[in-house]
Design a protein around this ligand. Structure first.
Ligand code: LCV
Length: 265
């Protein structure tokens, strides 16, 4: 049984109770624009019909970039939290985390910035030797958001988190396997078949039990008590960063295709 929803930047194909969502904005390296993220959220929300039992999120075949991360051209420019609760990327992360179906990120190519938060929000990650993973706010002068940092803290050791955030350097596939970022690292020729087999293996399991266990794990992992005063202090510190000249410089440098020169102001 196969059906497909076609939009120019995201496709949804359903086969053997597995829905495959493909990021398809090749020209923009699957930069996570509001349009692409809204299509992703719509695609995900259309799957909870009982016909689908597992989801694969992938990029179009053959791309060297899985996703270039948040669309930098759409980042709010100062005086507004660049990764606020209603940002399309944050809505997409919640859509994946709250979907009552297992979601596998299938990664071929490089993953940048907020796309790493997206991949880590999936329930499992299968990658091949071309995969790499980078988190890049220090390239832009952007104060990453608290929810996002908690996502990383729930998955990775603090020393790795700090190295990745402070260097913005891509972590290569073998390193990602060593740090257990990926569930499986497989040869690129086997990536599609391995991932589909993993997904299909879950389609015969009890969907109600799977959905409630996923939700229990989400609620328990996300339960991070934080004092209101601490949260307000963090938001005040973040505001000073996203209102800084450095943040403007970071975005301008990307748009002008040049290296940024940060002054700490
Ligand atoms: C808009 C893009 C992008 C893009 N946005 O191709 O993590 S945080 O906090 O920083 C968060 C806010 C976040 O996710 O920020 C974004 C982090 N992403 C990055 O820093 C990656 C930026 N992109 C690149 O470094 C390169 O594009 C890569 C290495 C991904 C691919 O390089 P390649 O040479 O293959 P181009 O750079 O030529 O990009 C092709 C087109 O896609 C646009 C880019 O502007 C270009 O458009 P034009 O053809 O109009 O010039 N593009 C790429 N990434 N994140 N637009």
């Amino acid at each position: 049984m196969s059906s497909a929803m076609q939009s120019d930047i995201l496709t949804v194909e359903i086969k053997n109770r597995v829905a495959t969502l493909t990021l398809n904005n090749v020209a923009k390296r699957n930069a996570l624009s509001a349009a692409l993220l809204d299509a992703l959220i719509t695609g995900l929300n259309g799957l909870d019909t009982g016909e689908v039992r597992a989801v694969i999120l992938r990029a179009a075949p053959g791309l060297s970039v899985w996703s270039a991360g948040h669309d930098i051209k759409e980042l709010p420019r100062g005086h507004e939290d660049p990764l606020g609760y209603s940002d399309p990327l944050e809505r997409a992360l919640r859509a994946i985390r709250e979907l009552p179906l297992p979601v596998i990120a299938m990664v071929h190519g490089s993953v940048w910035g907020g796309a790493l938060d997206l991949v880590l929000s999936c329930d499992m990650i299968v990658a091949d030797e071309t995969a790499s993973f980078a988190i890049t706010p220090v390239n832009l002068g952007l104060p990453y958001n608290t929810t996002g940092l908690l996502h990383f803290m729930g998955r990775l050791p603090m020393n790795l988190i700090k190295e990745m955030f402070f260097t913005a350097a891509p972590l290569k596939a073998a390193e990602a396997e060593r740090w257990h970022i990926v569930n499986h690292l497989v040869p690129s020729g086997e990536l599609d078949s391995f991932t589909m087999a993993l997904a299909e293996g879950m389609t015969t399991k009890a969907p109600l039990a799977m959905a409630i266990i996923k939700e229990q794990l989400r609620v328990l992992a996300d339960y991070q008590p934080i004092a209101a005063q601490v949260f307000e202090r963090i938001q005040d510190m973040r505001r000073r960063v996203y209102e800084s000249a450095d943040f403007q410089e970071g975005i301008n440098a990307f748009l002008e295709k040049r290296a940024a020169i940060f002054t700490g102001k």
